[in-house]
Design a protein. Sequence first.
Length: 643
Amino acid sequence: MKSDSSLPSKDTTAWGRRRFLNTAALAGLTMGAAACTEKESGAANAPAAAPAAAPDAAHSGTNATHLKPGELDTYYGLWSGGHTGDMRVLGLPSGRELMRIPCFVPDALVGWGITNESKKIMGTKPDGSLRYTVGDSHHTHASYKDGNYDGRYAWINDKINARIARIRLDYFICDKITQLPNVQGFHGIFPDKADPVDPAINYTTRVFCGAEFSIPLPNAGLDDGSKYRSMFTCVDAESMEVRWQVLIDGNCDLTATSYDGKLAATNQYNIEMGVTYEDMMSSERDACLFFNIARIEAAVKAGKFKTVGTSKVPVVDGTHEANQDPTTALTAYVSVPKNPHGVNASPDGKYFICAGKLSPTATVIDLSKVLNWFDGKLEKLDAAIVAEVEIGLGPLHTAFDGRGNAYTTLFLDSQVVKWNVDAAIKFHAGDKAAKYVVDRIDVQYQPGHLNASQSETKAADGKYLAVGCKFSKDRFLPVGPLHAENEQLIDISGDKMVLLADHPVRGEPHDFIIFKRELLQPKQVYSLDDFPLAIKDPKESGVFRDGKKVTVKMTSQAPAFSLREFKLKKGDEVTLILTNLDKIEDLTHGFAIPNYNVNFIVNPQETASVTFIADQPGVFWCYCTHFCHALHLEMRTRMIVEA
Ligand code: K7E
Ligand code: CUA
Ligand code: CA
């Protein structure tokens, strides 16, 4: 247990700053529907709300964050890196950052974007240079089996270039990247949890991707925004090929999938299909758009699709007009209040919850009723809404504790609100005595995503809640104009939420998942057979010439490279292949060539290669950059380029 000193101080300047942010954010948004003044905010605005938690609220949780030296964390956390384009691996509850997995942008530690192997995954132009060197990852989710993570894969999006990357969770590396055709602003991402038709497939085989921006299809630089369209995309979890797309009205934001595999959904904040934010805010209600996966795949199979531009991907019609008859509809547009943001699946499998963003509400949609509508058994689709309750200002994302409670970030109120889903449904049905708001806690400051341990699985355990605060302000030592983000950890094991810790993180994570460490079985040494170019014996080392094309084969075993020197001629096109024959865990070597822009690592039993033109004559001491041995500094080889 932490002492009271870990709680937010009563310092009035901190409270004053929080108020200022509230007011400024409200003014900036010129909020229509949620035109609440600050006085109306928070508890006063939500009926049956509990008063805001005082900073010195009694502790009722039991979880601690402090680990003794050498003690291991009990949870893994996978964090999106934002516009650093990587995935972060954290240990929890300590909050220690363990790894950054490069995906969309080059990485200097491992040589991602330098080696031929990583460039092939990232994608290159005809001249061999990287297609993209920027990325923007927001959402990461992992593969499921039986409603829980199975430790195979995680996926992460790149919003800038509409790319989806897959992470192998045995080696913690990115092994495939796919660019989605004919979409921009690929934002929400979620794997399915089962097959909609075959009950034997109780694991992830598809990943759904929502495109936030609408564009001309095909993209011919058309000015008339009313003709722009957005699509919802399905990617095959194994092959990473795009399986199909759905043409929709409106746009996509976040994405959720049902536990039975039958439904996926995306929140829509731009049903207006506006091109300015004023246009995008003009309607009082937007939508949560549901996809009937089995019907979409049947339509694709029956050939009821078209293609767009040069893409061969089947595109089915999910627009309003084409889906008026529920019994054949591929899509269903459930209305939700103005400009929603997150949509999250409750761990009991029953509900999707839409966070209101510009509306101070959460909307609870009953999935069985959506399925009834598709079966022609529910007359009005919006009757699937079983609760729409006020929870506070600026709701963005929702997490769950497995005990029937939801936790929603309130960006404008700078709080997390804990509310009970069943009580909210009762309140919505007319029981005004139902107290659905259970607790509120101030966070520092303006939270975006949050997630609880195991939250988006059937095994939600209600222990820890992490909150990604978008502003850290005064919480850490100042380091110039750019502030760290503040990832806060909250104990949710008791009735009241208890703030446990602040963690500075480099900008700028969005979404993340937290799960038990037993669900992963990472490997710490590669297998030589995983690499077609592996040099299995130091005796195979040497310089192999084919005209101007030269292959240099080398191995590393601490503290030496198998070649003590190698000779090249100026103008040679050189491919250097390095296999690390050391088998010991943690024995990684590096390989750097001065003035040649080459530096990469090889982990135990790993093979990597680089290709470059030997355009500078001279002697170049190639050296090991990764500390490996008492003779690490002596671990070198001479590259001699003859003029
Ligand atoms: Cu809310 Cu891109 Cu998930 Cu960020 S999105 S916070
Ligand atoms: Cu090998 Cu340092
Ligand atoms: Ca809107």
